[in-house]
Design a binder for this molecule. Structure first.
Ligand SMILES: Nc1nc2c(ncn2[C@@H]2O[C@H](COP(=O)(O)OP(=O)(O)O)[C@@H](O)[C@H]2O)c(=O)[nH]1
Ligand SMILES: [Mg+2]
Length: 460
C-alpha cells in the first residue's frame, strides 16, 4: 500500500523525547541498515523476532551516530496501521528528529502525507472511519469537554449508534421488500401505521443525535457568558480579572463602556466567550442608548447570565427584586466590591426575600476575593445545563449524512401519506442506507477519504 512512509510524530518543539515513525513493508529492512547495537547492525531477523520489545541502540548514518535511541518494532497486523511499523524514541531536539527522518528517506522511506498513518489504519480495517476522525479531534481538542467527546467516539460510541440506526433501516427495508416480493400471496404484512411508527422511531433517534451534537458544538465553539447590570458595578473589572488582560476601560465614571466587549477565556477547561456590556440605565445620550440596546441583545443570547450588583452602595431590596423580576432565576448574581461593602448589604436577606435557590456570589474584583467560587459556580452551571452523558459529537461530514437520511425518511413518510406503494418509497430507504454506509466508511471513495485525512497533521 503505497510504500514505506516515515514522519516525525511529535510536536516540532524541543522536548525530552521525540518520535519518528515508519510504516510499511520495508520497515524492518530499512531499520536494519540504520540501527546498530554494540557496533553491529541489527539484522532483519533480529528485528522481526523482537516485536514490541524496547531495544536501546544507536541510529547511525554511515559511521556517524545520529542519536542513542529506543527502538520499537510492531509486526503486522498488530500495529496502529496494521502494517509493519517502527518507532524511534529520540532526544527531542527538532534538529535531531529532522536528521533521523532524512536518514530514513535516504534508505527508502517516503514522507507520510497528512493523516496517512491513520488512513492506512482505516484501510487495513484497524479503525472505523468515525473513530479515525475522533483521533484527529483527540489531538486538536482545546478543552476538557471536547477531549471527553473525542474519547467517546474513539471508543466507538458513534459507531455503535450508527450501527443501531443502520440495523433499524435494514429492518424497515426488509419489511417493504417482503411486501413487494410476496404481495400476490396470501400473507399479512405490517400495517401502514406500524410502518410509519418504525420511521418515526428512526427519525427520533437521528433527531436526538443531531440536536445533541449541535449543543456540543455550541459549547465547544460558542458558549457565551454575558456580564450585565447597572453602570459602575464592576463589570469591566470582572472581564479584565477573568481574561487576565487590561481589555476593558475601567472608570468610576458611569457609562464608560458604551458598547459590548468580547474576550475568549477558559473556564475549567471550557473555552467561552465572555461579554462585558454597557451598564443598563436610563440615559439621554443617543450613542449610549444604542450601546445599551446592543447589550440587551447580548444578554438575551447568552448561555449564562451574570447580573452584577455593587455592594458598596446602599441597596433597596424591594426595588431590586421588583426591577429584576424574571432575570434572577436564570442568572448568577455577582455581588461585587465586598471589600468596601455597605453596612446594609445582606446576602441572606436577599435570599430570604427572593428565593433560597438564588445563586449569589460575593466577590471583589479589587482583592480577587470570591473569584474561585465564582468560577466554580459558572462551571457547575455550564456542565449542569449542557453536559448529558449521552451526548455524542458529529463531525460536519456526519451531520451532513444524518441530515440527508432524515430528508429521505421525511420523503418516505410523504409518499406513504400519498398512498404510494412500497416499490416507490423503498428507493428513499435505499438512499438512506447508502448514506449511512458512508458514515462508517462502508462506501469508500478516494474523494471522501482524501477530505477527511487532509485535516490531520503529518505523523498521525
Ligand atoms: N473597591 C473596589 N472597587 C471596585 C471593584 N470592582 C470595580 N471597582 C471600581 O469600580 C469602578 C467601576 O468599575 P468598572 O469595572 O468600570 O464598572 P462597570 O461600569 O460596571 O464596567 C472603578 O473605579 C473600579 O476601579 C471592587 O471589587 N472593589
Ligand atoms: Mg464597563
Amino acid at each position: 500500500m503505497g510504500g514505506t512512509i516515515a514522519a516525525i510524530s511529535t510536536a516540532n518543539t524541543p522536548g525530552a523525547i521525540g518520535i519518528v515513525r515508519l510504516s510499511g513493508g520495508q520497515t524492518s529492512e530499512i531499520c536494519s541498515k540504520i540501527l546498530s547495537k554494540n557496533g553491529c547492525f541489527l539484522t532483519v531477523q533480529e528485528i522481526l523476532s523482537s516485536p514490541r520489545k524496547a531495544i536501546y541502540c544507536d541510529l547511525v548514518d554511515d559511521e556517524h551516530i545520529v542519536d542513542h535511541i529506543i527502538f520499537l518494532f510492531f509486526k503486522a497486523p498488530y500495529s496502529y496501521t496494521g502494517e509493519d511499523m517502527a518507532e524511534f524514541s529520540l532526544h527531542g531536539n527538532p534538529l535531531i528528529l529532522k536528521n533521523a527522518l532524512n536518514l530514513t528517506f535516504r534508505y527508502g522511506t517516503k514522507p507520510a502525507g497528512k493523516g496517512e498513518f491513520t488512513k492506512r489504519a482505516y484501510l487495513n480495517g484497524k479503525l472505523e472511519l468515525t473513530r479515525a476522525e475522533a483521533v484527529n479531534r483527540l489531538i486538536s481538542a482545546r478543552s476538557a469537554f471536547e477531549l471527553e467527546l473525542a474519547q467517546k467516539n474513539l471508543s466507538g460510541e458513534l459507531s455503535r449508534l450508527t450501527y443501531k440506526i443502520r440495523s433499524d433501516l435494514i429492518g424497515l427495508k426488509a419489511e417493504c421488500e417482503a411486501e413487494i416480493d410476496f404481495s400476490t400471496e396470501d400473507l399479512t404484512f405490517e400495517s401502514l401505521e406500524d410502518r410509519k411508527e418504525r420511521i418515526y422511531h428512526l427519525k427520533n433517534q437521528i433527531d436526538k443525535l443531531l440536536k445533541n451534537s449541535e449543543r456540543c458544538n455550541k459549547i465547544i465553539n460558542q458558549t457565551k457568558i454575558v456580564i450585565f447590570g447597572p453602570p459602575n458595578t464592576g463589570k469591566s473589572s470582572l472581564l479584565n480579572c477573568l481574561s487576565g488582560k487590561d481589555r476593558a476601560i475601567i472608570s468610576h465614571v458611569p457609562g464608560t463602556t458604551r458598547d459590548y466587549l468580547v474576550e475568549e477565556v477558559f473556564i475549567e477547561g471550557v473555552p467561552v466567550q465572555l461579554v462585558d456590556t454597557a451598564g443598563i440605565r436610563e440615559t439621554e445620550d443617543a450613542i449610549e442608548r444604542m450601546g445599551i440596546e446592543k447589550s440587551k441583545n447580548e444578554v438575551n443570547s447568552a448561555n449564562i447570565k451574570l447580573l452584577m450588583i455593587d455592594t458598596s452602595t446602599e441597596m433597596d431590596y424591594n426595588d431590586f427584586t421588583d426591577e429584576n423580576k424574571g432575570k434572577l432565576h436564570e442568572a448568577i448574581i455577582i455581588a461585587n466590591k465586598v471589600d468596601i461593602r455597605h453596612p446594609n448589604w445582606d446576602k441572606e436577606k436577599l435570599i430570604r426575600l427572593w428565593d433560597k435557590n438564588l445563586n449569589i456570589c460575593e466577590i471583589s474584583c479589587k482583592t480577587k476575593q470570591g473569584l474561585d467560587e465564582l468560577l466554580q459556580l459558572i462551571s457547575q452551571k455550564l456542565l449542569h445545563q449542557d453536559l448529558a452523558s449521552d451526548f455524542v459529537l458529529l463531525e460536519a461530514r456526519n451531520t451532513y449524512h444524518f441530515t440527508t437520511i432524515q430528508n429521505c425518511l421525511n420523503t418516505t413518510l410523504d409518499l406513504i401519506h400519498n398512498n404510494a406503494p412500497p416499490e416507490i418509497y423503498i428507493k428513499e430507504i435505499d438512499a438512506a442506507l447508502d448514506e449511512i454506509a458512508m458514515i462508517n466508511g462502508k462506501v469508500e471513495t478516494e474523494e471522501i477519504l482524501g477530505r477527511i485525512f487532509s485535516k490531520f497533521c503529518v505523523g498521525k
